[in-house]
Design a protein around this ligand. Structure first.
Ligand SMILES: *Cc1c(COP(=O)(O)O)cnc(C)c1O
Length: 373
C-alpha cells in the first residue's frame, strides 16, 4: 500500500458555502479596498479577539514589518536575531538600517537578553526580537534594557497570534508588534498581516503610511507604501476568525499527542512547556541529537521524505548565513554559537489542523524506526 504523503503545513480554509454571502455583499456594494466595511469590522474583531487596543491590517506581514520600522523612524543599527524567517532582517535593509545579530538562548530559541547589552553601539536605535514558534521572548528584560538605552522595541510576532502570558496578550509588549496572516500561519487571510500599536495617533500614522502617505485627499508628507488589505481577504478573515478557536484546539491536541509519542525516543527533544503561556501551536519543532539518536537532522529529514513525510528545517540556514547578511561583523558564526548549533539540530514536524491522529502515529513510528538503539 502506498501511503499518502503528509505535508508539513497545510492552510486551513473556512467553509466555502459560508463565504458566498460575504462575496455577495462585496459585489452589491462594489467597495473592493481602501478601508471598506469588512476591513473596519475585521480590525475591530481582531482587536477584541487578541485583546489589544489598536490594530492596522496589512496586505502581508513583510510590508507590515517594513512599515512598523518606518513608523518609528528607525535608522542606524538594530539588534535582532539570526534565528528567524529572512523577512525579519529584510525589513531592516528595506529601511536602510543595519542588523546587528545577537545569539539566542537554547531553551526557546529566542533572542538571549544576556547578549543584548554587549551589542549596543551608539548607532543602535532599536531592538527587533522574534517570538519564535510563538514562545514569548523575555519581554520584561528586553524592555528594561531598551528603556535604559532609550531604544525602541519592535516585535516580529508573526508566530504569536493568540498567544497570551498570564492572561495578557504578548502583542501588548514593545512599541509595536507585527503579525503575519500568511496562508501557512495559525490564522490566515491568504496573504495578510497587521501592526499592533498602543495609541490612536500611532495607529493613524501607520494607516497613513500603508496608503501612500495620504493625510486626507490633498496632503502627502512622506513616502508611504501601498500595503492595504482588500475587502475579499478581510471578509475571508472575518469568517476564518469564527473558526480559529477550533483550529487552536486541534493544534493543541496534536502537540500533546506528539509530546506523548516522542517522550521515549532518546536523542529527540521537544521544547518544554511554559505553564503561564496560552499557546496557539504554530509549529512543532524537535531537536535531533546525533550522538544519542544515531543519525543527524539532515539525514533524518531525507529519510522522512523517502517515507512520504515532509518536515521543515526552520530556521536553517540562519539569516546571518544568507548573502545579504554574511559580510556583517555580527554574522560571524563564532559569535552565534547557540544559533549555529540549534540550526543544525532543529526540525519542524507536520503541524496543521487537518492532520489525523493516524498520521501523527505514522510520523512518530518513522522517527522511532530510525532511532538506533
Ligand atoms: C511568515 C513570517 C514573516 C513574513 O510574513 P508574510 O506575511 O509572509 O510576509 C515574517 N517573520 C516571520 C518570523 C514569519 O514567520
Amino acid at each position: 500500500m502506498i501511503e499518502q504523503p503528509i505535508p508539513v503545513i497545510r492552510p486551513t480554509l473556512p467553509p466555502l458555502e459560508e463565504f458566498i454571502p460575504y462575496l455577495e455583499k462585496i459585489w452589491d456594494n462594489k467597495w473592493l479596498t481602501n478601508n471598506g466595511c469588512f476591513h473596519q469590522q475585521l480590525e475591530k474583531e481582531l482587536a477584541d479577539y487578541l485583546g489589544v487596543n489598536y490594530i492596522s491590517l496589512f496586505s502581508n506581514g513583510t510590508l507590515a514589518l517594513i512599515s512598523a520600522l518606518k513608523a518609528l523612524n528607525i535608522q542606524g543599527e538594530v539588534i535582532t536575531t539570526p534565528f528567524s524567517f529572512v523577512a525579519t532582517s529584510h525589513a531592516l535593509l528595506w529601511n536602510k538600517a543595519t542588523p546587528v545579530f545577537v545569539d539566542i538562548e537554547p531553551d526557546y530559541m529566542n533572542m538571549d537578553p544576556d547578549k543584548i547589552e554587549a551589542a549596543i553601539t551608539p548607532r543602535v536605535t532599536a531592538i527587533m526580537p522574534v517570538h519564535v514558534y510563538g514562545n514569548p521572548c523575555q519581554m520584561d528584560r528586553i524592555q528594561e534594557i531598551a528603556d535604559r538605552y532609550n531604544l525602541k522595541v519592535i516585535y516580529d510576532a508573526a508566530h504569536a497570534f493568540g498567544v497570551k502570558k498570564d492572561g495578557v496578550s504578548i502583542l501588548d509588549y514593545g512599541d509595536l508588534s507585527v503579525l503575519s496572516f500568511h496562508a501557512t500561519k495559525v490564522y490566515n487571510t491568504i496573504e495578510g498581516g497587521a501592526i499592533v500599536s498602543h495609541s490612536s495617533e500611532m495607529k493613524e500614522r501607520i494607516d497613513i503610511l500603508k496608503n501612500f502617505g495620504f493625510r486626507g485627499e490633498m496632503r502627502v508628507d512622506e513616502p508611504g507604501i501601498n500595503a492595504k488589505l482588500n475587502e475579499v481577504q478581510a471578509a475571508y478573515g472575518l469568517l476564518q476568525l469564527k473558526y480559529v478557536d477550533d483550529y487552536i484546539k486541534r493544534r493543541k491536541e496534536i502537540a500533546l499527542l506528539y509530546r506523548q509519542l516522542l517522550k521515549g525516543i532518546d536523542g529527540i527533544s521537544v521544547l518544554s512547556d511554559m505553564p503561564e503561556v496560552q499557546h496557539a501551536y504554530p509549529y512543532f519543532p524537535i531537536l535531533i541529537d546525533k550522538e544519542k539518536y544515531g543519525i543527524d537532522r539532515d539525514e533524518l529529514y531525507g529519510k522522512l521524505k523517502d517515507d512520504n513525510i515532509l518536515s521543515r528545517r526552520y530556521f536553517y540556514p540562519l539569516i546571518s548565513d544568507f548573502e545579504p547578511y554574511r559580510h556583517l561583523p555580527s554574522a560571524a558564526p563564532e559569535s552565534l554559537p547557540v544559533a549555529m548549533e540549534i540550526a543544525k539540530k532543529v526540525l519542524c514536524l507536520p503541524m496543521h489542523v487537518d492532520l489525523k491522529n493516524d498520521e501523527i502515529n505514522r510520523v512518530c513510528a518513522v522517527l522511532t524506526k530510525y532511532h538506533r538503539k
